[in-house]
Each structure stands twice: as structure tokens, then as C-alpha cells.
Design a binder for this molecule. Structure first.
Ligand code: C5P
Length: 357
């Protein structure tokens, strides 16, 4: 589910073996293309108040399918003008991290969604849930009944700027395609993903990728090393449309979008200090305008030794880049002991996209 390029209007996947020539324009910009590592990555909940996660290695019941799906942080998020359809043109760098939701689908008499784990009470179980809509959309495309039980076991917080709903939708597409034994190509999955939301295609892809359009047009990007992060979960959530609206309200006009050369060069070299210096999020001031406590969180993370920190996507989660796993563990403990956030978690990227287990 990795190593593709999706073009708006003509959604398509190019086979991985073709990447060297297919991505030559990325190469001209000095970027290699590679798939993210498929190795198992670790994540640690270091918070006293955060949920304690059990390893989820048990096999799914016979007749069901299970898919792991990653959260994302945006290493670069430049927001252009608002389009006539209400979306904003983006130039973003998505980065999948091993904060993982697990989605299990099983035959049922009707479409139903159940939820366990992080933020359970806040997750809708009807068509407001993107996973529900993903199952319904795929069934409709193949002219079959969406008689499926979708169970979401969540580690990704809700309304946190980590694309948890999009991750669940991507996983549901992959899981239902497997459960229903559909002859579904990646092009169909990507078309469905783009219809469901701006971040769903990236959750299918994983790794690290430049996103353009409204975020659904992806160009995979090589990274020279794994990156270690501390995530600081906020006590509340932020509405993505509200954060975009606050940005529109608070700035006179959008600046032209520029290719994030500096960040991509730093990613290719695996130069953590340079990556930290190049992290950028246009939505950060708007998110902090709606939730000023984020400024204290960012300040605390930097003060406690992060290479750099930023608000993830539309927030309110803050992501802090660390030199290595040991430094991330120390920072997560220190930050978790403060009052600036609800919980902290160590995560590593790039992580693979939605994958059947
Ligand atoms: O695509 P998705 O449903 O995830 O987007 C949620 C909301 O975020 C949109 O309704 C819109 O308000 C905002 N958004 C935007 N421009 C984008 C992506 C999202 O304005 N490129």
C-alpha cells in the first residue's frame, strides 16, 4: 500500500518497481523515493493519565479481517487560498507515525460501528464516523450490501490533528475489500479515499509524502533516518473547519505555496537539527488563537530539550522532534509530569500505511 502517486481527477497508482523513473521530477528536486520501513515499530505510553495499551497480537476471529493504520503529523503545512469548494490549497509534508489504530471487520446483518480505546466516548458510531462512510461507500461502488461490523480499537485521539478518523476510514476500506474479496485496485481505493476526506489517501499510503491539492495528491518522499517524536495530547479537541476559518479570519491573504525544498533536503539527509529548523505549520497560530494553552505546551517541550516542536495539523496535539529514542523517552516523562498536556506518547516515523495483519 506504499509507493504510489495519485493525481487529482485521474487517480492512479504506479507500480512500485516503476518508481525510479516515475518520480523523476521528484528526483530533479533532489528527492529520492523509497517505501517506508515495514519493520515493527514501537510506541510507548508514558503518561500516568493516558490509556494503557495492551499489545494487540491476537489473531482476528475466523471470517474477520484486521488492519493496522497510522496517525500522521504534518512536518510542513502551508495553507493557500480558500477554493470555491470550501477547501484550501495545501502544500504539506505528511509523515506517518506508529501511533496505531486497529480496525477489525466481520460479517454482520447490517452496518454497525463499535469503538474501544482512546477517546471512545467522543467517537460517533453512525454515518458521522468516517469508517462507517468508508464501508458504505465501498459497498455502494461494488453494488453490495454493507452488512459489516466495523470495530475500531483506537490509540489515536479524536479531533487531535493526527488524522485518526481518516486513518480509520483508510483501514476500513482495506479491511472491507479483503473481507468481501473484492477485485479492488489501489486506484479504486484511492478514489474512495479522496471522496471520503483530504487525509485518507495518505493513511493508505503511509511513509512520508508531499501532499498537494487539498491534501489528496501525494508524492512519496525518502527520509534518511527514522524520526523520534513525543506527542503531547491536549485535554480538549479542536474542530478542523474552525481552525481553517480562524486562519482565514486572521490573515489578510494567503501567500503563494512554495515547494518545501529545505525540509525535503534535510529529510533526505536525515539531519534532525535541520529537519527541526524547517518544521512549519501555517495553522499553528490559528490553533493557538483558539486554544492559547498550546503556546505553553510548545514552550515547555522546547524548554525540556526537544529539537523543535509544532502543532500537528489543525491541532491541538503538539509534536516534538527528538534526537533519538532515549531522548524521546526522557522528554515524554518530563513533559508528562507537567500540567501542560493530558498525556504524552513516544512515536516513531515513518510508519507504513494501512496494512492487513
Ligand atoms: O477533508 P476533510 O473532511 O478531512 O476536511 C475537514 C475540513 O477541514 C473541511 O471541511 C475544511 O473545512 C477543512 N479543510 C480545508 N482545506 C483542506 C483540508 C481540510 O479547508 N485542504
Amino acid at each position: 500500500m506504499t509507493g504510489f502517486r495519485l493525481s487529482v481527477g485521474t487517480a492512479r497508482i504506479l507500480p512500485r518497481r516503476a518508481t525510479a523513473s516515475v518520480y523523476k521530477d521528484a528526483g530533479r528536486r533532489g528527492n529520492h523515493v523509497s517505501a517506508p520501513p515495514r519493520a515493527t515499530l514501537v510506541s510507548r505510553d508514558v503518561s500516568a493519565s493516558g490509556p494503557s495499551r495492551q499489545p494487540r497480537e491476537a489473531r482476528p476471529a475466523a471470517g474477520s479481517r484486521r488492519v493496522r493504520t497510522p496517525a500522521k503529523v504534518n512536518l510542513h503545512l502551508a495553507v493557500g487560498a480558500r477554493r470555491p469548494d470550501g477547501y484550501h490549497e495545501l502544500m504539506t509534508v505528511f509523515h506517518a507515525i506508529d501511533l496505531i489504530d486497529t480496525v477489525t471487520v466481520a460479517p454482520s446483518t447490517a452496518l454497525e460501528v463499535t469503538v474501544t480505546g482512546e477517546g471512545t466516548a467522543a467517537v460517533p458510531r453512525d454515518r458521522r464516523n468516517l469508517a462507517w462512510r468508508a464501508a458504505a461507500l465501498l459497498a455502494q461502488r461494488y453494488d453490495r450490501e454493507a452488512a459489516v461490523h466495523v470495530h475500531l480499537d483506537k490509540a489515536i485521539p479524536v479531533a487531535a490533528g493526527l488524522a485518526g478518523g481518516s486513518a480509520d476510514a483508510a483501514a476500513t476500506l482495506v479491511a472491507c475489500a479483503a473481507l468481501w474479496n473484492l477485485p479492488v485496485g489501489q486506484d479504486v481505493l484511492l478514489d474512495c479515499a479522496a471522496e471520503l476526506g483530504s487525509d485518507v489517501a495518505f493513511a493508505l499510503a503511509g511513509g512520508t509524502a508531499v501532499g498537494t491539492g487539498r491534501g489528496e495528491t501525494l508524492r512519496p518522499i525518502a527520509t534518511g533516518s527514522r524520526l523520534w517524536w513525543v506527542l503531547a495530547f491536549a485535554r480538549g479537541g479542536l474542530s478542523t473547519p474552525a481552525v481553517y476559518a480562524e486562519l482565514d479570519r486572521s490573515r489578510p491573504a494567503a501567500k503563494p505555496l512554495a515547494w518545501p525544498t529545505e525540509l525535503l533536503d534535510a529529510l533526505r539527509r536525515g539531519d534532525v537539527a535541520a529537519i527541526g529548523a524547517a518544521l512549519h505549520n501555517d495553522l499553528q497560530p490559528a490553533a493557538a488563537g483558539l486554544d492559547p494553552s498550546l503556546l505553553a505546551t510548545l514552550e515547555a517541550g522546547r524548554h525540556l530539550g526537544a529539537v523543535a516542536g509544532l502543532v500537528s495539523g489543525s491541532g491541538p496535539t503538539c509534536a516534538f522532534l527528538c534526537p533519538d529514542a532515549a531522548a524521546a523517552a526522557v522528554l515524554a516523562d518530563a513533559l508528562g509530569a507537567t500540567e501542560v498536556c493530558r498525556a504524552t506518547r513516544v512515536a516513531c516515523g515513518p510508519a507504513p500505511g494501512a496494512s492487513v495483519i
